[in-house]
Each structure stands twice: as structure tokens, then as C-alpha cells.
Design a protein around this ligand. Structure first.
Ligand code: ASP
Length: 418
């Protein structure tokens, strides 16, 4: 069976088992114990095995991608095209989310008792996220892009800093003479290959890893909660689906000039991995492979766009952030003027760039956006209970957007070189 079918089987089986267990014994202590001691640790170990190779993969593919681009002018052109694409897609997705939110306004109909119950149940978790949010935002985020100690940045999983180091390494290598740079290029090339080999081993376990992750999410999930937040969840999922089903295929057809059906066929395994892991970083190896081998995009373009995109291009996350900030504003009766909503768009786009590609990575930064426009940030407790499900959905867009950008940049750059 092909890998994506096996992952799909793991996903469906996991959801089936989890939902059944939830229906029969959702609140029983044994379910909690089983999830906490068996399925969750196994799922997390599998996820960690994928994330383990992300730093060497980014450093090797991104720096080799830059070397492959050859001269600085080509790097500049591709860099501009890539940045332009990331920005356009992210602004479009956020604007779509906010427009739908203004039309539907689900926050106004959430009753006060439910609001209070949610705030009490998830208040502690929200406080946990609040601690992180104050450390990781502001000018500090910008300063940290240039690491004083690249090894520490790698150890901390500071992705923007790692990207910076990989880019500088690539630029420096591109300017060196052949004999001097050759050993380093060979080392990086070998590093890229060995990480891919590790990933192939880990992905063999994907159906089981995905099974464990999904069982853990569904077995303890409060489906009643989903009902009380149905309006909000529908707006998020509906907007994500609309963007995925309309904007990406249009961009693929009209700008990248490829068949959307073929694109979807190649992106399927990537979308499934993103959905089941909720992590752009854990999906990165699969995205890279599908872009190079499945879509046939030149390795220097894919090697540049995909690692950058896994961290910086998060269309789904930005859409989700915009909607959630507006939802909480509606719940708490905070009126957001057009100007304030534009600030939300700008901040959602910016914070999505700085978001770590891990499950729930956007929450701390989103709380800062709330605070910035006068929405109480502890209000995030209201949506925490359904976040994992929404995270699975938004991560699909985060990675699909990277593949779309790679296809567009590949096409436009070929065109501009005649
Ligand atoms: N889980 C998302 C990702 O990895 C980030 C987020 O929205 O929390 O792409």
C-alpha cells in the first residue's frame, strides 16, 4: 500500500477508535491513564523523531539551495518572489477570515454561562501560554534573528535564527572558490542525504504514529464543547476549506500554470502528514520530498522556498489568528474599528512569520495580538479546548501554501530568465 494510504488508514482507524472510546467511556480515569501513559507518549516520540532532523535538514538544504542559485542577483530575485508570494497568500487568507467573521459574528451568540465555564476549565492552561508569550514577542524577536551563538539557537529550536545562519552559510559558500568550498559542500550534501534516510525510516512508522496521535486527541476530546463553539469552529474550518479549495488551485492554474488535480495528487501525502501531526516542522521533510520528486521542482528552488516556508509562511495560522482575535472581541463585547481590524491583519501576518511550526505554536503570539487591540488575553481559554482540531486543519494550509509558492516561484523565475 502507498504511504499516504497507510497514513490515511492510521488516521481513520485512530479517529474511529478514539471517538468510540470517547462515546463509551470518555470521562473514565482509565481512558485518561491510557492516553497519558501509552498513546500520547508514543505519538510524541514519533513526532520528536521527525522534528529531530529538522535543524540539520534546514541548514543543509537551505544553504545548498542558495549555493545552487549561484549568484547573488538570482538569490535576490528568487528571495523577492518568494517573500512576495508568502506575504500575498498570508494577507489574502487573513483578509478572507476577517471578512467571514464580520459577516457571521458567532462570538455574539455565545452565552455567558458557557463563556464562564470555558474560562474556568481552561484558565490554567491559558496562563501557561501567557508566560511564554511575553518572552517571545516584540523587538526581541527581531534581534534574536541574528544569533550570537548558532549552536545555542539550534539547540533552542530558534528557527528564524537557524534560517539566518543557513542563508549566510549559503551566500558565503557561493562566493568561494571551488577547491576551498568543495569539502564543505560534500559534507552538507551528505548531511542532507543522511537526514532524508532517517526520515524515510521514521516515516515507515507514520501510520502507527498518526494512529497514536489521533487516538489521543479524540479519546479525551470534549465533543460537547465543539457544539457550544460550533459557530466559531465552522467559521475557522469553512474559511480554511474555502482558501484551500479556491485560492490555491487558482494560483496553481493561473500563475504556476500546472494542473491543480495533479498538484493535489502530489500534495496529498503532505496534507495528510500535516493534518495528523499539527506541525509544519515535522512535515517539512515530506513537503521537501513531494515538492522535488512529486512536483518536479528544481532542487535549488525547492531547497530555498520549502525550508523558509515551513517557518515563515503560515497562511492557515494567520487566518486562524485573525478570526480568533475577532471572535474573542465579539465574546467580550470589545468593538474593533476598521483601523483596529487592519492592525489585527498586520499583526496576524507578522506573528505567523515568527510562529514555531509545532502544535499550538501560534497561541503565545496570538495572545499578544489580543492584548494589543484591547481583547483580554486570558480569554484564549475559551477556544483552547478545540484548538488541537483547528491546529490540525490550519497546518494543512501552512504546508500547502509552501508547495504552492515553490510552484509559482519555479514558474515565474523560469519565465523571467526566458
Ligand atoms: N501548528 C502550526 C504549524 O506547525 C502552528 C500553529 O498554528 O500553531 O504550522
Amino acid at each position: 500500500m502507498a504511504l499516504h494510504n497507510r497514513i490515511l488508514a492510521g488516521l481513520l482507524l485512530g479517529a474511529g477508535v478514539g471517538v468510540s472510546v470517547n462515546a463509551v467511556a470518555g470521562q473514565s480515569p482509565w481512558v485518561d491513564a491510557l492516553v497519558r501513559n501509552v498513546t500520547e507518549p508514543l505519538g510524541r516520540m514519533w513526532l520528536a523523531a521527525l522534528i529531530m532532523v529538522v535543524v540539520p535538514l534546514i541548514v543543509s538544504t537551505l544553504s545548498l539551495g542558495v549555493v545552487g542559485l549561484g549568484d547573488l542577483r538570482r538569490l535576490g530575485r528568487i528571495g523577492l518572489l518568494t517573500g512576495g508570494c508568502f506575504l500575498t497568500l498570508t494577507v489574502l487568507s487573513t483578509a478572507l477570515g476577517l471578512t467571514v467573521m464580520n459577516l457571521v459574528q458567532p462570538g455574539k451568540s455565545l452565552d455567558a454561562a458557557t463563556r464562564q465555564r470555558l474560562l474556568e476549565t481552561y484558565g490554567d492552561q491559558a496562563k501557561g501560554a501567557m508566560g511564554i508569550s511575553t518572552q517571545s514577542f516584540g523587538v526581541e524577536l527581531l534581534v534574536r534573528i541574528v544569533p550570537r551563538n548558532p549552536i545555542k539557537a539550534a539547540a533552542d529550536g530558534d528557527m528564524l535564527a537557524i534560517i539566518f545562519v543557513a542563508l549566510i552559510l549559503g551566500v558565503a559558500l557561493a562566493g568561494m572558490s571551488e577547491p576551498k568550498r568543495e569539502p564543505m559542500l560534500k559534507l552538507l550534501d551528505s548531511l542532507a542525504h543522511v537526514t532524508v534516510a532517517i526520515i524515510e525510516l521514521v516515516m515507515k512508522l507514520a501510520p502507527y504514529g498518526v494512529f497514536c496521535l489521533i487516538v489521543s486527541v479524540t479519546a479525551r476530546f470534549g465533543f460537547g464543547l465543539l457544539l457550544s463553539l460550533l459557530g466559531y469552529v465552522s467559521v475557522v474550518v469553512g474559511s480554511l476549506v474555502a482558501f484551500q479549495a479556491l485560492v490555491y488551485p487558482l494560483a496553481i492554474k493561473l500563475i504556476a500554470r500546472r494542473s491543480p488535480a495533479e498538484f493535489l495528487r502530489q500534495a496529498k501525502v503532505v496534507m495528510l502528514t500535516a493534518f495528523s501531526t499539527s506541525s509544519s516542522s515535522a512535515t517539512l521533510p515530506t513537503t521537501l520530498r513531494a515538492t522535488q520528486q512529486g512536483l518536479g521542482i528544481r532542487s535549488e528552488v525547492a531547497g530555498f522556498v520549502i525550508p523558509l516556508g515551513a517557518t515563515m509562511n503560515m497562511n492557515g495560522t494567520s487566518l486562524f489568528e485573525g478570526i480568533t482575535v475577532l471572535f474573542l472581541a465579539q465574546v467580550f463585547g470589545v468593538e474593533l474599528s476598521l483601523g483596529a481590524q487592519l492592525v489585527v491583519v498586520a499583526m496576524a501576518v507578522l506573528t505567523a512569520v515568527g510562529t514555531a511550526g509545532v502544535p499550538g505554536g501560534s497561541l503565545p503570539l496570538m495572545m499578544m495580538v489580543c492584548a494589543m487591540v484591547g481583547v483580554p488575553m486570558e480569554g484564549i481559554a475559551i477556544v483552547l479546548g478545540v484548538d488541537r482540531i483547528l491546529d490540525m486543519c490550519r497546518t494543512v494550509l501552512n504546508v500547502t501554501g509552501d508547495m504552492v509558492t515553490a510552484a509559482i516561484v519555479d514558474r515565474l523565475e523560469r519565465g523571467s530568465r526566458g
